[in-house]
Design a protein around this ligand. Sequence first.
Ligand SMILES: Cc1ncc(C[n+]2csc(CCOP(=O)(O)OP(=O)(O)O)c2C)c(N)n1
Ligand SMILES: [Mg+2]
Length: 502
Amino acid sequence: MLVSQIIHTGAKFKFSGVLSLAARLYSTVVDSATFEVQPFKLHKLDDGPATSVSLTREDALLYYKQMQTIRRMETAAGNLYKSKVIRGFCHLYSGQEACCVGMENAIEKDDAVITAYRAHGWTYMRGVPLVGVLAELTGRKTGCAEGKGGSMHMYHHNFYGGNGIVGAQVPLGAGIAFAMKYQKKPNVCIALYGDGAANQGQLFEAYNISKLWNVPAIFVCENNGYGMGTSVDRAAASTDYYTRGDYIPGIWIDGMDVLAVREATRFARRYALKQGPILLECVTYRYSGHSMSDPGTSYRTREEIQEVREKRDPISALKERMISKNLALPDELKKIDLEVRKEVDVAVTAAKSDPELPIEELYTDVYKNPPSGMKIRGLEHCSLFLFFFSSLSLSLFPLSLSLSSLSLSFLSLFPLSLFPLSLSSLSPLSLSFLSLSFLSLSLSSLSLSLSSLSLSFPLSLSFLSLSPLSLFPLSLPFLSLSLSSLFPLSLFFFFFFSLYLF
Ligand SMILES: Cc1ncc(C[n+]2csc(CCOP(=O)(O)OP(=O)(O)O)c2C)c(N)n1
Ligand SMILES: [Mg+2]
């Protein structure tokens, strides 16, 4: 009876639907459950979000998958960085997943989000597919900014990045919120910043104008406990970030709890649309160092990180809740883990094999609507060619010097009537020294020529590719250049010695 019911249903729905139905029939999986979240702390608010939160099975599975996808994507990004497929900056979001997943699931797609450089998770949540994030990191065409932005500068519809200057996104966020109000849109802008950025002066200017004009801005401090190598206690006179908007109401949230974040964001959205700006502090944690160049263990202990992983991890916490209230079966969650693993693997392969943009793309996307014939100083083809040819001519000068002195050295080996000077009267020893001196001159200028030649190519190429790492080979020619300066010394030595003998 049970089997026939499953088969019958399977004819109507997809296989996954049959599986979940079977799971429900065999167990006591429920459609929704209620959970208590940590009490919110309130600043200048009489009422806050409810602490009793209801969660449907469908939403629970969705949040679990979204958080696992971000975690797995960040692990993949870290590995790609270590294998040098990703270059430049790379700030991972692992540990903070509940923030972006909770918030995105409480807002509308027409609402706007702007954040700092720890942007991968947010980019994914705003709608960029996995490959769009990973290919952006590998600098390839399918990247959401066609590989031109990299880790810190990812964008999407209603997602204003990815910003590298600490705190600078916050006034921009206030501006976006002002635009919402000015254009009479029923939307808000979430402007996120870190605990380190919270000490920036420009944030207070943004708070001021936002409150003065009551724009629908939700300022969110993602307090992960650390700035760049500094703990919050060492950097801030007040670590109650939810109160630091002064006249702007604030809410303290357990940022490791996706339900608390979602609930508080729903509240904040309603508030911002009616009454203007509001500030949320999400207390969270980052597992990785500040960026890939920071091991993240010099200003905190490994034990601390391990303890957070064991006791406060946002994914494990949701998983335990789901299982404890029968919102999902352990096997269902394992199946999601496998799916996520596969999806990320496919995206990694695509991001690695995706093409890079052609060189002409250097000139595009600087302005949205570039004026016709617009030139970018230093990047015009003609200045690049000029640069290349000037470097080339630099190399030609010592080359010609080298050739002429080489020929001189040969001539001095045959000092017959070819020389106007009566060199034939010189002793064989002094002649050989003279010859050696010319030879060393030729060698020195030859090495100078080679080094400047090798200098000209990487310089031109590095300007073309604009990659600071390609400047590295420059150090080698410079080294040979400095070594070559030893040759003229030997030249003087031999020359004067031969004169002495003469
Ligand atoms: C104006 C400015 N000052 C300094 C830096 C260097 N910097 C980059 S990230 C960072 C720390 C920011 O920490 P936080 O705001 O807590 O963000 P988190 O890295 O923890 O996400 C600093 C000082 C910068 N990019 N911009
Ligand atoms: Mg921080």
